[in-house]
Design a protein around this ligand. Structure first.
Ligand SMILES: [Zn+2]
Ligand SMILES: [Zn+2]
Length: 260
């Protein structure tokens, strides 16, 4: 079977209201840099920066009160996660798992197949028993990264580290560290063991050394991920093409059947 290159999904970058739009552009750059490691596939996944996205019908009024319509804006996802955080007694944070859940269930995914990259201003925590996380990402769905811990007292962003973590989380989205692959370890999810690869895990949240080696590699025009991760990514993209190709054959067959 010949499977040709064609658009598979959009990569949508969205952000919490109030986030400096400049940060979205930095995120766009980081994702493009990672996708450049997959020259045969990157054109199948156009990157679009939607900012603090909202549909034109994102609000509705009931009994004189204004509400946010479910799934119709990035802010709805955020407020939903904030409510869960309040219930958990974490007033200044967002529940990342809740964000992830609504991201996965979002009916917009059906109309616009996508990988969502959600950037938040508020700090994230993954579950009740963990203090915080920089971000999370899951294969085939999307990732959430908070800028909170990359900002200094003057609200200046540590661009280098932010990019490393965003690329790492997006790496999970495109299946760079499959379980049972060689040179991986289980440490808060499957991670790469190759030194000089941004898919390594840092249990202490300190990404400085990974960032330094990423930048050193970049100066020498070497990708930020190792050959094993590149191979995993290529496998992931090939599978997507294959599956969508089969889907389009099925749709075509159904269409032909209906037209008879
Ligand atoms: Zn990770
Ligand atoms: Zn790797």
């Amino acid at each position: 079977m010949i499977v040709v290159a064609m658009k598979q999904r959009d990569i949508f970058i969205v952000s919490q209201e109030g986030l400096n739009p400049q940060i979205n552009l930095i995120a766009e750059e980081a994702i493009a840099e990672l996708m450049a490691c997959f020259p045969s596939y990157k054109d199948d996944y156009p990157i679009t920066n939607l900012g603090a996205w909202k549909d034109e019908n994102h609000q509705f009024t009931e009994k004189g009160k204004i509400y946010l319509a479910p799934y119709k804006s990035t802010e709805w996802h955020i407020l939903n996660a904030k409510e869960q955080a309040k219930e958990d007694g974490r007033d200044n944070q967002l529940n990342a798992s809740t964000l992830f859940q609504t991201m996965q269930q979002d009916p917009t995914n059906k109309t616009f197949p996508q990988f969502t990259v959600l950037l938040t201003l508020d700090d994230l925590y993954p579950s009740k028993d963990m203090n915080y996380c920089l971000g999370i990402g899951d294969e085939g769905i999307g990732c959430v990264v908070s800028v909170n811990r990359f900002l200094d007292h003057n609200n200046n962003l540590n661009v280098k580290n932010f990019k490393t973590v965003l690329m790492h989380e997006f790496g999970h989205v495109i299946g760079l560290t499959e379980p049972d692959r060689k040179n991986t370890e289980e440490l808060y999810g499957t991670h790469c063991k190759n030194l000089l690869c941004i898919m390594q895990q840092r249990a202490d949240g300190n990404y400085n050394s990974i960032t330094e080696s990423r930048l050193a590699l970049k100066r020498n025009k070497i990708p930020p991920i190792c050959d094993d991760c590149i191979e995993s990514g290529n496998n992931f993209f090939a599978k997507e093409r294959q599956n969508n190709h089969i889907k389009s054959i099925v749709q075509q067959t159904v269409k032909n059947f209906k037209n008879r």
